[in-house]
Ligand binder design. Structure first.
Ligand SMILES: Nc1nc2c(ncn2[C@@H]2O[C@H](COP(=O)(O)OP(=O)(O)OP(=O)(O)O)[C@@H](O)[C@H]2O)c(=O)[nH]1
Ligand SMILES: [Mg+2]
Ligand SMILES: [Zn+2]
Length: 321
């Protein structure tokens, strides 16, 4: 028996503010839907109630319209701070198998803190992440290559898989299939890093818009303006998203942040104070490991700067600084 509201289920492919493009299960019809009712992420004030990758129930309207009235529970999601003030958060995507961070050493230079903030968020929300260093064709000096090798080793040591790619290399397409096929992936990274270009290489039918960097600042032009999910022929799907210039973490407690740096974990619990934040406390084994080059200074610096950006919560009883 059909239920009285004739509800159907579908997947949110795209969210552009007031409309959501939903792909109806079974028929595959694409529908531009509006929302009815309140959709809230508990504890947060979100800029977008629904995200790409959400599963929803809707009331169909004609062949290509509808009204979303119910959101299915999310298997996972990735949040970012939408404003500097911590007031609002954006849900970047929901129900993904992995995140692929696209970084570049040149055109544009991706700040290490940006990579590490994103990776820490993925750890916190238990989303496997890989790091792609794109545009390796632009590395000319030995120094650049040494830097790439160093960075790659840093993330590999933390347990992440890393790739050095270029859209100009014949091997890239095969590697992209290795990374993306069969999984639902969210692609993150700064504007201009080549996210859409890589996705085009993965599936040339998509013909996503890409654009060169600005001449003067060598920054991306924010070519992709909203997140969109594309099913892949090899199974799975890829979510192309707009690049941001920075990434603000949300929902992390100061006391737990070090757990989201996987290579720190082995040392946690060995510091003199059980509530050590690994800043300047005596007997801190994490700091000691950094001083002795057993942990990378870049990751430690990212840790400290993320820590400084997290407001102290009411029950944060760690030593004041
Ligand atoms: N040299 C070189 N250029 C690349 C490579 N990958 C992408 N590009 C160029 O970088 C520019 C930006 O690429 P996009 O794919 O638009 O970048 P994006 O990350 O999608 O940027 P937003 O949509 O703004 O977030 C384009 O001119 C691409 O042709 C690469 O591997 N090597
Ligand atoms: Mg793009
Ligand atoms: Zn410590």
């Amino acid at each position: 028996l059909a239920d009285p509201l004739h509800l159907r289920t579908g997947l949110v492919l795209r969210s552009t503010g007031s409309f959501y493009r939903v792909r109806q299960d079974e028929t595959g019809q694409l529908r531009e839907c509006t929302l009815r009712g309140k959709f809230r992420l508990k504890g947060y004030n979100t800029t977008n109630p629904l995200a790409v990758g959400d599963r929803v129930d809707f009331e169909p309207d004609g062949d290509n319209g509808g009204t979303i009235i119910h959101l299915h529970d999310r298997r996972n999601y990735i949040l970012r701070r939408a404003t500097r003030s911590h007031a609002q958060v954006q849900i970047l995507c929901a129900n993904v198998d992995q995140a692929v961070f696209v970084a570049t050493l040149k055109q544009p230079f991706t700040p290490i803190g940006y990579i590490d903030s994103f990776m820490a968020m993925c750890e916190a929300y238990r989303i496997p992440a890989v790091v792609v260093f794109n545009k390796v064709d632009l590395l000319d000096k030995d120094r650049d290559w040494a830097k790439l090798k160093d960075l790659g080793a840093t993330y590999e040591a933390a347990g992440y898989t890393t790739y050095g790619l270029s859209i100009k290399s014949d091997q890239t397409e095969g590697l992209l299939h290795q990374i993306f096929d069969g999984k639902v992936s969210f692609v993150a990274g700064p504007s201009g890093a080549g996210k859409s270009s890589l996705i085009n290489l993965l599936d040339p039918n998509l013909q996503l818009r890409t654009a060169e960097l600005t001449v003067h600042s060598q920054k991306g032009r924010h070519t992709t303006t909203f997140a969109e999910l594309f099913p892949l022929e090899g199974g799975g799907a890829v979510i192309d998203a707009p690049g941001f210039s920075e990434f603000g973490v949300v929902g992390l407690e100061r006391a737990e942040l070090s757990h989201y740096f996987p290579e720190f974990r082995a040392l946690l619990g060995q510091c003199r104070y059980h509530n050590c934040l690994h800043v300047a406390e005596p007997g801190c084994v994490v700091r000691q490991a950094v001083e002795e080059d057993r942990l990378p200074a870049t990751r430690y610096h990212s840790y400290i700067s993320i820590l400084e950006g997290i407001p102290k919560s009411a029950y944060d009883n760690s030593q004041s600084r």
